[in-house]
Write a new protein. Structure first.
Length: 285
């Protein structure tokens, strides 16, 4: 088991007039090599939750286990945990700061004690994984496009060889081409490195394309943790807590109301296309 969370609670501004429960008694487990999405409206607790998973924020109560180790215990080596659990924050390009792309990617592994030779090898490996060319390594990160900067930030986290990769709104602010490129790279990272990936996203289309399971959050509480097909099956429930569903799911649902039943578990364009072809051919679901 990659991650196990038990009765996690976090309260902002505790014992003040501004007290707010950000996470309310949350429990869940994430298996090794899973691809998980966390969805919820703004303020639902998504970002607070992921910051707990590598010890950046400490809970008021509850336990968090990474590979069986309780990271809330006093004396836990959080540097080691942060090597295992890498987080790429929203708009990570704003966190790039070195003179060159090479130095920016090297920053993490150098802090973990890797030798210069090891770091060099790591850097040339990770830029291939994120789809960057070697020629960018000598450039300033600020000369790059938004999508390239996003890849440099992801490469910097991958350079620390995490077992768990967490990405907070990885496609935020990118144009459609940049979004597609980043999503395909994230999928490739998951498949090639065989690691657990967690994405926080407002885009239900992105979630439908990538995730195997979904955590649904609202007002600091975990309302659902299930396979992506079961989560998107209940579009009325998601809409009741202020979330959208993939547009394809809405189309399929409306067609069903009109007597055209394409079947269940349809939330991507490819699945919808196959279902329509089968329906027109008279193939049973």
């Amino acid at each position: 088991m990659s991650i196990k969370v038990e009765n996690l609670t976090h309260i902002y501004s505790k014992d003040t007039p501004f007290e707010k429960i950000a996470l309310n008694n949350i429990s869940f487990e994430i298996k090794d090599n899973d691809f998980v999405a966390i969805i919820g409206h703004t303020g639902s607790g998504k970002s607070t939750l992921i910051q707990h998973l590598n010890g950046l924020v400490k809970p008021d109560s509850g336990k968090i286990y990474i590979d069986g180790e309780d990271i809330t215990e006093k004396g836990c080596n959080l540097t080691k945990i942060r090597g295992k659990v890498g987080i790429v924050f929203q708009y990570p390009e704003y966190q790039l700061f070195e003179e060159t792309v090479y130095k920016d990617i090297a920053y993490g592994p150098s802090n973990l004690g890797y030798s210069e030779k090891e770091i060099d090898s790591i850097i040339y490996d990770v830029i291939k994984i994120v789809g960057l060319k070697e020629e960018v390594l000598s450039k300033s990160p600020f000369e790059l496009s938004g999508g390239q900067k996003r890849r440099v930030a992801i490469a910097g986290v991958l350079a620390m060889n995490p077992k768990i990769l967490i990405l907070d709104e990885p496609t935020a602010g990118l144009d459609p081409k940049g979004r597609d490129e980043i999503l395909s790279q994230i999928k490739r990272i998951h498949e090639d490195k065989n690691i657990t990936v967690i994405i926080v996203s407002h885009s239900m289309e992105d979630v439908a394309k990538l995730a195997k399971s979904v955590l649904v959050m609202s007002d600091g509480s975990l309302l659902m943790h299930d396979d992506v097909k079961n989560v998107f099956k209940d579009d009325k429930f998601l809409q009741s807590i202020g979330l959208n569903v993939p547009q394809i799911s809405l189309v399929v649902s409306r067609l069903k109301e009109k007597g055209i039943d394409l079947g269940d578990d349809i939330y991507t364009l490819d699945a919808c296309e196959k279902a329509i072809i089968n329906y027109l051919k008279g193939v049973k679901k």
